[in-house]
Design a protein around this ligand. Structure first.
Ligand code: ME8
Length: 496
């Protein structure tokens, strides 16, 4: 069983490279788990309520619902372009989700974990978050959002609070476990909890100020705070409150993938909400760092967005973009996005190494052996390396370390290219042993690369007559025959 989620994105603007980064990552994990035979469920979607969406709609003269209807379709179109194989696209305006939010609020209210009181503080609409004096930045004597570098808004009003402070001890304990990966992020949050005492969190906004959202079931004059609403999407998606059987099945293996910007919400607030609702915590929260451009986190408000369509244009298809994003994927270090870096990954790994090998092996098989190749003994060195690659691949992918898994596969493919250069099979009378060895490497590598470059893998499968297989019977040297009918050019080199 494997249940993987992405954050649900604010559909106030189309997705950019940062959203693609997380979503492709989750997609690769979902495809990998399907590949190894796990019953898999992959959830993504859009976070459609709140002040941010309400303001954007007002500005362009649309009703919020009209705007989110259009924009959620935009997200779906981008995910189709990137070959994202989600099982459900959840929208927080979906009726089953609205029911979940109301149910959750009722549970907490009945447990006396929600109470009414006054609130005042500085708010960032882009983050949909209040900032304390310890957290905000002061520029020219005024408080600014530490993430968006925009002035904060002073807000004073009656609200409802969730008794987050009740969970202080629990959270400190939980964060010492391995639930957050990599652990540096748990340490960061733990450090914060140790430094400042945990304050209760406001989970409602007066409807006259924020009307776009889910009314509190126990006080219609208030709208549910967008983060309280959004976090619950993960349980809605798995069937909580509607399909208990499905929920039981998937919730026991849920992995949340998020960027480090929303770590606080997914650890402190979400873990406390779950504990309060007596729902088990996720298996893990996988956190990745930022893609940055010109020294800043890529984002609409920084004006340094890299558009997904530009990437798809430059790297010809979804496979190219997916591969590049996964090759630079880093959980703990911010990655500077640059055309030079992306071009060099594409050209040296996809075009020169993998693409070139496919073309050479295809041509050799067809020209020298008429395309039909039967089982031979695989070259020892290649055999050994391929076996080791399969073994480490599984370990790395189970650890969400896609980038290193790709590096490893590239190493095997480079070795195969070097083998051709050394053996010169085109000069041999009977090169069938060399070509069979190479085809075995192609078969294994194609299989292992499927989650990242599904389209290319499918083309190779057709051109080389490969069978659908399970990772456990990949065993190098086991294929009884190949029928190669084409030597496709998979990745055209980019002129830099
Ligand atoms: O925060 N580098 O939505 P959001 C890496 N609706 N990842 C990036 C990135 C960058 N430069 N920019 C965006 C929200 N991301 C809430 C989430 S979940 C219950 C609610 C990715 O549209 C990354 O995954 O601002 C980050 O966490 C997410 O987009 C934020 O998306």
């Amino acid at each position: 069983m494997f249940y993987v989620t992405t954050p649900i994105y604010y559909p106030n603007a189309p997705p950019h490279i940062g959203h693609a980064y997380t979503t492709v990552f989750a997609d690769v994990m979902a495809r990998y788990h399907r590949l190894i035979g796990d019953d898999t469920f992959f959830l993504t979607g859009t976070d459609e309520h709140g002040l941010k969406l309400q303001k954007v709609a007002e500005k362009i003269g649309k009703r919020p619902k009209e705007l989110v209807d259009e924009m959620s379709d935009v997200y779906k179109r981008y995910w189709t372009m990137l070959d994202i194989s989600y099982d459900r696209f959840i929208r927080t305006t979906d009726t089953d989700h609205e029911r979940v939010v109301k149910k959750a609020l009722e549970i907490l209210y009945n447990k006396n974990l929600i109470y009414k009181a006054k609130y005042s503080g500085y708010y960032c609409v882009d983050c949909e978050k209040f900032y304390s004096p310890e957290e905000y930045e002061v520029i020219d004597g005024k408080p600014y959002c530490p993430i968006h570098k925009k002035p904060l808004e002073w807000i004073e009003e009656d609200t409802y609070y969730f008794k987050l402070s009740d969970f202080d001890g629990y959270l400190k304990e939980i964060l010492k476990s391995y639930i957050v990966y990599p652990q540096i992020y748990a340490k960061e949050i733990l450090g914060k909890l140790m430094k400042e005492s945990l304050r209760d969190v406001s989970i409602a906004r007066p409807a006259e100020r924020v009307s776009w959202g889910i009314p509190l079931p126990f006080d219609q004059k208030y709208t549910t705070y967008v983060w309280f609403d959004a976090l619950l999407n993960y349980v809605t998606g798995a069937g909580w409150n509607s399909d208990e059987k499905k929920f039981k099945k998937y919730w026991s293996s849920v992995y949340h993938i998020i960027g480090k910007d929303i770590l606080w919400f997914h650890t402190v607030i979400w873990f406390a909400m779950l504990k309060a609702m007596e729902i088990p915590l996720p298996k893990k929260v996988i956190v990745h760092s930022y893609l940055i451009n010109r020294g800043l986190k890529i984002g609409k408000s920084s004006g340094n967005v890299v558009a997904i369509e530009d990437l798809l244009d430059r790297y010809q298809d979804s496979d190219g973009v997916r591969y590049i994003l996964m090759r630079v994927l880093n959980l703990s270090k911010d990655i500077d996005v640059s055309t030079e870096l992306f071009d060099s990954i594409y050209n040296s790994e996809l075009a020169d190494t993998f693409g070139n090998l496919i073309r050479r092996v295809g041509i050799l098989a067809i020209k020298k052996l008429g395309g039909d190749i039967t089982q031979r003994r695989v070259n020892n060195r290649l055999l050994d390396m391929a076996d080791k690659t399969i073994e480490s691949y599984e370990r790395l992918m189970n650890d969400f370390n896609v980038s290193l898994a790709l590096e490893l596969i590239m190493g095997l493919l480079r070795e195969a290219n070097a083998f051709i250069n050394k053996e010169r099979p085109w000069e041999k009378n009977d090169p069938s042993k060399d070509i069979y060895s190479l085809l075995e490497i192609v078969r294994v590598a194609t299989f292992l690369l499927t989650p990242v470059i599904p389209k290319a893998s499918q083309k190779i499968t057709r051109a080389f007559g490969l069978k659908n297989q399970h990772i456990n019977d990949l065993s190098v040297g086991s294929e009884d025959k190949f029928s190669v009918n084409d030597a496709p050019i998979l990745f055209k080199k980019i002129k830099t």
